[in-house]
Design a protein around this ligand. Structure first.
Ligand SMILES: C[S@@+](CC[C@H](N)C(=O)[O-])C[C@H]1O[C@@H](n2cnc3c(N)ncnc32)[C@H](O)[C@@H]1O
Ligand SMILES: [Zn+2]
Length: 344
């Protein structure tokens, strides 16, 4: 299995810090990335698709509390859960700067509730086993070289009978010459190439991110299938880009179960696609609806319960909060990512 490297994590933190400042209108670091107006409009779109997803999940009888969002950035999607479904849980991200600016974006997006925020690494979720009834993430798994270890860690913290939901993740195409990476906002010459329809076959997105050593991956259907094998049940929707018939597939015990219909498969092979997942951990829910979510917190290193003051009596490490965000990173990672906030 491959893992995100330390330089990728440092890249995430440094890039998100600058990008968030740009979103706030303070600097213009990246002309090819959104400004305040553009990101607010993009976040509004994301909120509206999240609302549709949660309505769908509710209809499927998925318990939406207590929840954990991974790669939550400004916590805007978790806010919807808190506001509309009275859910309680945590918005978790590696970027302290993104989490810190949650109130700014909540105000701009007219979101009434700001979720409890945790700065932590998705590889070492700071929670006890079998905690959450619902874990979700959007646009995050492709920042890892392999989704399997992250999904395995999610499975660990899910309560028996709990659900894991993923959306807005890419599935790789076969036909792409990958001649260069393009930024979010196309440059003039890239716009010209776009009109010839060949752009998605000669270049891939993620230029600014990869320049900062952030991983921008796309996984094939086989990798997605493998990553879900820890789950007892799963339903997967595969949709070709930019259009084409969606395939819905239920997990089976035998290998090769993630098989879309031939047309969907051919179109994904040609121009790529998107994946949506609803997976369920085996067992029966024990109704944690009224649980105190703080009781799920654990030392990211020992995975043992901590005192309310965030002290682990096993490894004798104390963790801290910064602007109401709990910093639950292993000491070695904390020193590398946030040296100024580390008490040594
Ligand atoms: C593209 S953003 C997703 C934003 C948000 N989920 C949305 O869809 O609106 C990916 C997020 O993953 C976070 N991330 C990357 N590596 C991580 C890690 N190892 N642990 C936790 N979060 C991580 C980044 O900091 C970033 O905020
Ligand atoms: Zn510990």
């Amino acid at each position: 299995m491959q893992y995100q490297k330390i330089e990728n994590k440092i890249g995430e933190v440094k890039y998100r810090k600058k990008l968030t400042k740009q979103y706030l209108g303070k600097n213009k670091f990246f002309p090819s990335e959104p400004d305040t107006k553009e990101i607010i409009s993009a976040l509004k779109d994301r909120i509206s698709s999240t609302k549709n997803d949660f309505t769908f999940l509710k209809k499927q009888d998925v318990s939406l509390t207590p929840y954990l969002e991974i790669g939550a950035e400004f916590g805007h999607r978790a806010s919807i859960l808190e506001e509309k479904y009275n859910s309680s849980g945590f918005a978790l991200d590696l970027s302290l700067e993104s989490l810190t600016q949650a109130p700014f974006f909540a105000k701009k997006l007219k979101l009434k509730k700001i979720p409890q925020r945790i700065c932590a690494d998705a590889y070492h979720l700071p929670f006890l086993n079998n905690s959450f009834e619902f874990v979700f993430c959007y646009q995050t798994l492709h920042h890892f070289p392999d989704p399997s270890p992250i999904i395995g860690e999610i499975y660990r913290v899910l309560a028996p009978g709990g659900h894991f939901f993923v959306n807005e993740e890419p599935v790789s195409q076969r036909l792409n010459l990958n001649l260069w990476r393009r930024p979010t906002k196309l440059r003039a010459w890239e716009k010209a190439i776009k009109y010839t329809f060949i752009l998605p076959f000669v270049s891939t997105i993620g230029k600014t991110e990869t320049n900062h050593r952030i991983l921008e991956e796309t996984f094939n259907i086989k990798t997605w299938e493998k990553s879900l094998n820890c789950f007892e049940n799963a339903t997967v929707w595969l949709k070709p880009y930019p259009f084409g018939q969606e395939s819905k597939i239920n997990k089976k015990k035998s290998a090769g179960w993630l098989k879309p219909n031939p047309l969907t498969r051919s179109l994904i092979n040609l121009s790529g696609g998107g994946i949506k997942i609803l997976a369920r951990k085996g067992g029966k829910l024990q109704n944690k609806v009224n649980s105190q979510i703080e009781s799920f917190l654990a030392c990211p290193l020992c995975r043992k319960i901590m005192t309310p003051k965030l002290f682990c009596s096993k490894c004798r490490t104390g963790y801290q909060s910064f602007k109401r965000i709990k910093l639950l990173l292993e000491k070695r990672l904390m020193v590398k990512l946030y040296p100024k906030l580390t008490n040594v």
